[in-house]
Design a protein around this ligand. Structure first.
Ligand SMILES: *Cc1c(COP(=O)(O)O)cnc(C)c1O
Length: 358
């Protein structure tokens, strides 16, 4: 039984093939990504004093636990179609995890360039487990991407960073799913901005769905950068970007222009939040909703808190926010910010009752 004729979710390429640059000759390399839950978050909204509906697109529930899988299924399929044997990427972590997984699925070799010492532990574990050749650069993501661009020009390797235009094509399917789930586009779309491919992809997806008559409205796109890595907000590249949200620790976004257009054309904005605000929202979400995301996802949540304080969200609005990656990707930040101070007691019932004050 082929996966197209069964009831198995077929992955984003087969589900949205009419909107994607593929042909019958394209081999579909899929881990059946997409179809992620859109989860209402009323407890978080209540905690921040909002009067609107918030839906979280939980992209951490993709096969490698981030939204990168949506673009990677297409990038690796197209690379395979062209006969490439090696894929390469620079990564703050999630792109490498995804590239490595899809390359394994496609029986291709994968090379990843990572900023040394700045990768969340879970992401590194993934790249290693999927068998990627991992090179740690004594530099940041932007420098790693520059080297990858140069290696791509040799023609020996296929670059699967979001400078590869099909990555953005695959990622726009998340906007389709949100429209399919809600019956139309939301009023606002909040998301983190790093290399800015995803905000570019969502805006393209929302416009294409509207043009195809599958949705009526367009959201205002509201992107959030971390204050120490906010080149778009500050208006110039940042030589040494820094933030606890390593997935958006990027000083010179490849899709800078696409992000500006998304914000400007949709009458949205791109703004920034501090690491302190990010960590506050990160914990608040976990405790009010039982949803554990990686720190980058908390940037738009911290942004939402700001927007409420500034009275930027009309009552009754419908807001979608992308939770781009799973919280277990970065256990160090989780344990560091939640604090780990276990009560060590003898293995006796009364000792446990006593320490609990019960
Ligand atoms: C890649 C990534 C981002 C940033 O997305 P861009 O498309 O680079 O703006 C944000 N959060 C997570 C978890 C990511 O993996």
């Amino acid at each position: 039984m082929s996966s197209t004729s069964s009831n198995i979710w077929p992955g984003v390429i087969r589900r949205y093939s009419e909107h994607l640059p593929i042909t019958d000759a394209t081999p579909v390399i899929t881990l059946h990504e997409g179809n992620t839950p859109l989860v209402p978050a009323p407890g978080f909204v209540e905690a921040i004093g909002g009067k609107f509906s918030l839906y979280l697109k939980c992209e951490g529930l993709n096969p490698t636990c981030s939204f990168k899988d949506r673009g990677m299924t297409l990038a690796v399929s197209k690379a395979k179609e062209r006969g490439a044997e090696i894929v390469i990427c620079a990564s703050t972590g999630n792109t490498s995890a995804s590239a490595a997984a899809y390359a394994a699925r496609a029986k291709m070799r994968c090379i990843v360039l990572l900023p040394h010492g700045k990768i969340a532990l879970g992401k590194l574990a993934q790249a290693l487990m999927y068998g990627a050749t991992t090179v740690a650069i004594e530099g940041n993501f932007d420098q790693a991407l520059q080297i990858v661009r140069e290696l791509g020009e040799t023609g020996k390797v296929e670059v699967v960073n979001s400078i590869n235009p099909v990555r953005i094509e695959g990622q726009k399917t998340a906007a389709f799913e949100i429209c399919d789930a809600l019956g139309d586009a939301p009023d606002f779309h909040f998301l983190p901005v790093g290399n800015a491919g995803n905000i570019t992809a969502y805006w393209r997806g929302y416009r294409e769905y509207q043009a195809a008559g599958k949705s009526d409205t367009l959201p205002r796109m509201c992107g959030w950068q971390a204050a120490g890595a906010a080149p778009i907000v500050d208006g110039h590249p940042i030589a040494s970007p820094n933030t606890v949200a390593t997935a958006i620790r990027i000083g010179n976004p490849a899709s800078w222009q696409g992000a500006r257009e998304a914000a400007d054309q949709s009458e949205g904005f791109i703004d920034k939040v501090t690491d302190e605000e990010i960590l506050h929202a990160y914990k608040l979400l976990a405790r009010t909703e039982g949803i554990f995301v990686e720190p980058a996802c908390a940037a738009p949540l911290a942004g939402l808190i700001k927007a409420v304080q500034r009275d930027q969200i009309p009552e009754g609005s419908l807001i979608a926010a992308t939770m781009t990656g799973h919280g277990l990707k970065d256990p160090d930040t989780a344990i560091g910010s939640a604090g780990f101070h276990p009560h060590v007691v003898p293995a006796e019932r009364d000792a446990v009752l006593k320490v609990l004050g019960l």
